[in-house]
Design a protein around this ligand. Structure first.
Ligand SMILES: [Zn+2]
Ligand SMILES: [Zn+2]
Length: 218
């Protein structure tokens, strides 16, 4: 499986395109906002002759869904996410205002809800859905054992974790999610977060600010 990462929009959100030799792909967190970002994502998909099978959202904060309408329009795909984050779609324009963005048009509704252990298939690949609530109630991670990687959205970053000062966020729950769902993956698993550089599960067990001594006590 190949992984193409883009950094989009003023809050530097990571959008990932996963694809393989079959040319089928999934897009995780289409955060493209400016016209040139949309063109960049579109050109990557067209130039590689990719067929978009799924538009996945790790969660529904505005910075991860800014490109959903564009993706739906271009590729006739519907965004998929956890139901518990639905309330965020209704507050999209409030979130945008908070961060100084202008109002946006409607963002597409979620038609297919994802839950723990759901399997996303494309090409010869499978992603397992993990529920990792805390940063938002419906936060998800997408795990590929075969490719030894996990897409963690805003749950786990290199050196830190997602903020929990937002509506319906829960710091304790986020720590639990990371301990029980992410730190139980093989340590060599590569972590692709929603913001910032990639890391590994082992790196985070050893050096994450929020888990001091985690590795030492294992
Ligand atoms: Zn977020
Ligand atoms: Zn984010």
């Amino acid at each position: 499986m190949k992984i193409k990462a883009f950094e989009f929009n003023p809050v530097a959100e990571n959008t990932y395109v996963l694809y393989d030799d079959t040319h089928e792909c999934v897009v995780i967190d289409a955060g493209c906002y400016y016209p040139d970002e949309k063109v960049e994502l579109l050109n990557f998909i067209l130039n590689n002759e990719l067929i978009v099978k799924h538009l996945l959202n790790t969660h529904l904060h505005f910075d991860h869904i800014l490109g959903n309408a564009f993706m739906k329009e271009q590729f006739e795909v519907e965004p998929e996410a956890h139901e518990a984050d639905n309330f965020l779609l209704r507050t999209m324009n409030i979130q945008l205002k908070m961060f100084g963005f202008p109002r946006q048009g409607r963002t597409p509704r979620i038609k297919n809800y994802l839950r723990e252990n759901d399997v996303i298939e494309f090409g010869n690949q499978r992603l397992i859905v993990l529920e990792v609530p805390g940063h938002s109630p419906g936060s998800l991670a997408f795990y590929s054992g075969k490719n030894e990687c996990v897409f963690t959205g805003d749950a786990l970053f290199r050196g830190t974790i997602g903020r929990t000062d937002l509506v319906r966020a829960d710091h304790g729950q986020l720590l639990e999610s990371i301990r029980n769902k992410l730190f139980t993956l093989p340590p060599e698993t590569k972590v692709y977060p929603g913001h910032g550089p990639a890391t590994t599960i082992k790196e985070e067990m050893m050096h994450n600010f929020f888990f001091p001594d985690y590795y030492a006590n294992k």
